[in-house]
Design a protein around this ligand. Structure first.
Ligand code: HEM
Length: 153
């Protein structure tokens, strides 16, 4: 499981890199009235791919590291911030972000004009990135702290 945890930790930087690139593209698209380019499409595709990989790795961790089993004793586990975060909050908010990324990409494809495409990118991916940023167990979040970079020990 160590390898899955290391990958899940490190690939979050890929999610953030392409997520923020997509956001910058959306903003320069909306405010600079740019054409929707192949670069815009590439950045949001890569953002989606990294989110897909994180979902897969996250599900493996969730079911194999006993987080799922904690659902059986939900009452007691909800009282503990660490258990509550990984049993419920992290999983559900990240899945919501993942859904927004997928629905957003389909919606961008369907939009009729370049302006509409950029606007949809900004809304869907913008909300998804906010959800992802607040759901990451950053080292500075005391109760749920995890390292910026994990390696094998
Ligand atoms: C964009 C999506 C996601 C990002 C950026 C992300 C990021 C992270 C990070 C940085 C950690 C800490 C890893 C460490 O301890 O070094 C973590 C832990 C974890 N994540 Fe995610 N995650 C995402 C999606 C998910 C999803 C969808 C699930 C479950 C379905 C999930 C389940 C978990 C679990 C169970 C842990 C705790 C692992 C353990 O210590 O046993 N993650 N996640």
């Amino acid at each position: 499981m160590q390898i899955v945890l290391v990958l899940h930790n490190l690939l979050r930087w890929g999610v953030l890199l392409f997520g923020l690139l997509t956001l910058v593209n959306a903003m320069t698209g909306v405010f600079g009235k740019r054409k929707y380019s192949a670069g815009d499409n590439r950045s949001n595709l890569l953002f989606m791919i990294f989110c897909d990989i994180q979902l897969l790795l996250g599900l493996i961790l969730y079911f194999s590291n006993a987080w799922f089993d904690r659902l059986k004793d939900l009452g007691n586990n909800m009282k503990d911030p660490y258990n509550r975060f990984f049993t419920m909050e992290h999983m559900s908010l990240m899945i919501l972000a993942w859904i927004l990324v997928h629905v957003g990409r389909a919606s961008v494809k369907r939009a009729g004009t370049d302006a509409a495409k950029h606007k949809r990118m900004l809304i869907f991916f913008g909300i998804a990135i906010i959800l992802i940023l607040v759901s990451i167990p950053w080292p500075f979040r005391e109760a749920i702290t995890k390292p910026y970079f994990r390696w094998f020990n």
